[in-house]
Design a protein around this ligand. Structure first.
Ligand code: BGC
Length: 743
């Protein structure tokens, strides 16, 4: 990355540049916005837009997608503005650019850091070939509340896995050298705790203990910082009573002083202005608060642009504070190589040859296949057999728009492969394929309108007609493949739900088909953990495919027909009912845990009158077409001292008929602590591939680093005592050994 001498060169370059800048120009660098008026393709640039850029009122541009417009905008900045400072071009490149990968929640279920990193590399190379040099990703907000729509954008509920993903994504986007034309600046978001809003309602208040923040919610942000992420986005929510964008403890004490972050902080969309509604003062007051907190760039709200000069004149902020923010932003432009060549991401040749390539789509197909979670497969109904008549039914069976999932801003839906198309593409199986829509995604017109970014179309046929058509089609088949679930935009930003079931009209379709007594393979589309209690008994098989991106249909077909053996494992707990939420595997024990695992109610213990405690599907769960047997754990020692290493080995055997991959998971329980400790915590995992009949012995080397936690003084350390070492196929199916480990 940056050596000492190149750092010195950068610092003197920026010091020199800043010595020539006016205060207004410095404040302009802190502004991320879209130029007013239009910058169209062709020659047109509105006078307002041009003047804004020429006057140096813009440091970075939000969500501009066209190489031609980007080129034109950059040209104005570097040719016509006084300081000739190049602009950053930021976009939400969240799970791919034109080649769309599974939504991040799906990606996380691959448990494959190489593939996740690869997806970010491809996203960086495609978007940079189209003029983008900054992505607002990765989103690493831990969440345990599937009511919250943005669970789709993150890596699930676990801080350890979330940290690995954060690192892989940052490395994928930024590479080893940010100045290369095919790497881009990453932005970890939404710092912090955005995934824990009260009642799962987006943008709502968050309130949690520091212990929980440090141990459970902070780790992925910190991991991104340690991986060298160049920018951090503030969250909309408050943290300890102060909205993140104005929270000095969060932005300066934790982020910079404790974690050593040295990039720049950008707010989320209008988050400074929103502090007015949070009740912290007027525009000028909230902008000053944000600057003083350590927030460097204002997204869209223009409160820095409009008030900081006044605040400086009134001594409400200092020039040192403005300088600091400006310097951090200029440093990142320097590291991207924009001062050397402002047009390095504007390359027509790359645009033509590097976007949506066959190779990228093949990778997307492979990754998608690995993200699917097989949740049920009675009597091995899957993989599907040859020479059959298959009825492909359901509102998500042939809906291109709803394949790519939330936050795929650059997608061209006409390129998305649907399930029906995927199955038709399949050669050599001699199947007859029938199709019927069967139901709308939702019948409720108001709800359909609320879900507005990706259309949920309502058929002109009545719900009854749709079902009848499906029944007639299914009658002619040997087996039904039923594609149901959520629409793309039923998760994502501002898509919280108070019910987390499959829409009732689709359940009605499932129930109607069930009366035919044919085998049903349910292909579930979702961006969150759903409550599947009412449907799980009905289909013989259930494959959860999340939203799988451009190659969705081909990838689902690969798995349904056995060309790919499913290996995804859940990174979010599927509850039995919404009343259990928040439900997560790494909970505390309480003083009154229940003592049975059969779901029997126990009076005066911590449980429900009307529902058992365990989820429907635990964290880490996922089936395969084959079976994996685990040996007992063997340890090099049961009594350890100081910084010795505990070597734990276990042998896994593929005891079934298919080759397949298995993610072996390591959990640790700290039995006695100075503060209460979770019942178990993920501390390692390895994804291995085993041929049918093959065995492999794998090793986890456990160091005291894995035993550490933040105690009540927020000191990060481990404590002597007993530790349970658990290894297995999911958080609820584990082999166990106990060791004593003394300092
Ligand atoms: C979202 C961010 C996103 C930003 C820019 C906001 O509404 O919360 O995740 O990066 O918009 O589009």
């Amino acid at each position: 990355m940056h050596s000492q001498s190149s750092n010195n060169k950068m610092h003197s370059f920026i010091a020199d540049l800043m010595s020539k800048m006016t205060v207004e120009e410095k404040i302009g660098q802190l502004n991320l916005s879209s130029p007013p008026g239009d910058i169209k393709t062709g020659e047109a640039v509105s006078a307002d837009a041009e003047k804004y850029i020429v006057d140096g009122k813009l440091g970075a541009v939000l969500n501009m997608t066209s190489l031609d417009r980007i080129k034109k905008t950059q040209r104005i900045a570097v040719n016509k503005s006084r300081m000739k400072i190049p602009l950053l071009f930021g976009l939400d490149v969240i799970h791919g650019y034109k080649t769309i990968f599974p939504i991040p929640l799906g990606l996380s279920c691959t448990w494959d850091m190489n593939l996740i990193k690869k997806s970010a590399q491809i996203a960086a190379s495609e978007s940079s070939a189209d003029g983008i040099n900054w992505t607002f990703s990765p989103m690493v907000d831990i969440s345990r509340d599937p009511r919250w729509g943005r669970v789709a954008e993150g890596g699930g509920e676990d801080p350890f896995l979330g940290s690995e993903i954060a690192k892989a994504m940052v490395e994928g986007y930024q590479g080893d050298d940010l100045s290369l034309p095919n790497t881009i600046l990453a932005c970890v978001k939404h710092y912090a705790l955005y995934g824990a809003p009260d009642a799962g309602r987006d943008y709502n208040t968050v309130d949690m203990s520091r212990g929980r923040m440090y141990n459970e919610y902070f780790p992925p942000y910190k991991a991104a910082v340690e991986a060298g992420v160049g920018s951090v986005m503030t969250s909309f929510n408050e943290v300890d009573g102060i909205p993140a964008s104005g929270n000095k403890w969060l932005m300066t004490e934790v982020l910079r002083n404790q974690w050593g972050f040295n990039g720049f902080v950008v707010t989320d969309f209008t988050a400074i202005k929103e502090m007015i509604d949070h009740g912290l003062g007027n525009n000028q007051q909230v902008a000053a608060l944000a600057l003083k907190a350590g927030t460097d760039m204002d997204m869209v709200g223009e409160d820095y642009l409009k008030t900081l000069k006044k605040s400086l004149d009134e001594s409400k902020v200092s020039i040192g504070e403005i300088d600091k923010a400006c310097k951090r932003i200029l440093e990142m432009k320097y590291k991207l190589g924009l001062f050397d060549n402002p047009f390095k991401y504007v390359n027509e040749k790359r645009q033509k040859t590097e976007i949506f390539t066959k190779e990228n789509r093949n990778t997307a197909r492979k990754i998608a296949g690995d993200s699917f979670v097989l949740m049920k497969n009675e009597n091995n109904v899957l993989p599907l057999k040859s020479n059959k008549t298959i009825a492909v039914i359901g509102p998500l069976a042939d809906d291109q728009e709803n394949m790519s999932g939330t936050w795929s801003v650059a997608v061209e839906p006409k390129n998305n492969v649907t399930l029906l198309q995927g199955i038709k593409n399949l050669k050599g199986k001699n199947n007859t394929i029938l199709y019927a829509k069967g139901a709308n995604i939702v019948d409720d017109k108001i709800l359909a309108e609320n879900i507005y970014l990706t259309q949920v179309s309502i058929s002109i046929k009545s719900p009854k007609e749709l079902i009848e058509e499906a029944i007639e089609t299914a009658k002619k088949s040997d087996i039904i493949v039923l594609a149901i679930g959520e629409g793309s935009e039923m998760t994502g930003e501002c898509a919280s739900r108070t019910e987390i079931t499959i829409p009732q009209n689709q359940i009605a379709l499932l129930e109607a088909l069930k009366t035919l007594n044919k085998q049903i393979v349910m292909v579930l589309f979702t961006g969150r953990a759903l409550d599947l209690t009412d449907v799980i008994e009905k289909p013989e098989a259930l494959l959860n495919v999340w939203f799988a991106g451009s190659e969705a249909g081909n990838a689902i077909t690969d798995v349904l027909f056995g060309d790919v053996n499913p290996s995804g494992k859940l990174t979010t707990t599927f509850p039995r009912s919404l009343g259990q939420v928040p439900i997560f595997y790494n909970h505390k024990n309480t003083g009154r845990p229940i003592s049975n695992t059969e779901g029997k109610f126990e009076k005066y213990r911590s449980n429900y009158l009307d529902q058992r405690n365990e989820p429907l599907f635990p964290f880490g769960f996922g089936l395969s077409y084959t079976t994996f047997d685990y040996s007992e754990i063997s340890l090099n020692s049961k009594a350890l001292k100081g910084n010795e290493i505990l070597t734990s080995t276990i042998t896994i055997t593929n005891s079934g008929k298919f080759d397949g991959a298995e993610t072996v998971q390591l959990y640790i329980k700290d039995v006695v602590g100075s503060v209460t400790r979770p019942v178990k915590e993920l501390k390692g995992f390895q994804k291995i591939f085993l041929k049918a009949g093959e065995s492999k012995t794998i090793t986890f080397d456990i160091t005291t680093e894995l035993l550490k936690f933040y105690n009540s003084d927020l000191v990060y350390d481990w404590e002597s005592g007993d530790f349970e070492i658990m290894i297995g196929k999911n958080s609820n199916n584990l082999k166990k050994e106990t060791v004593k480990w003394i300092k």
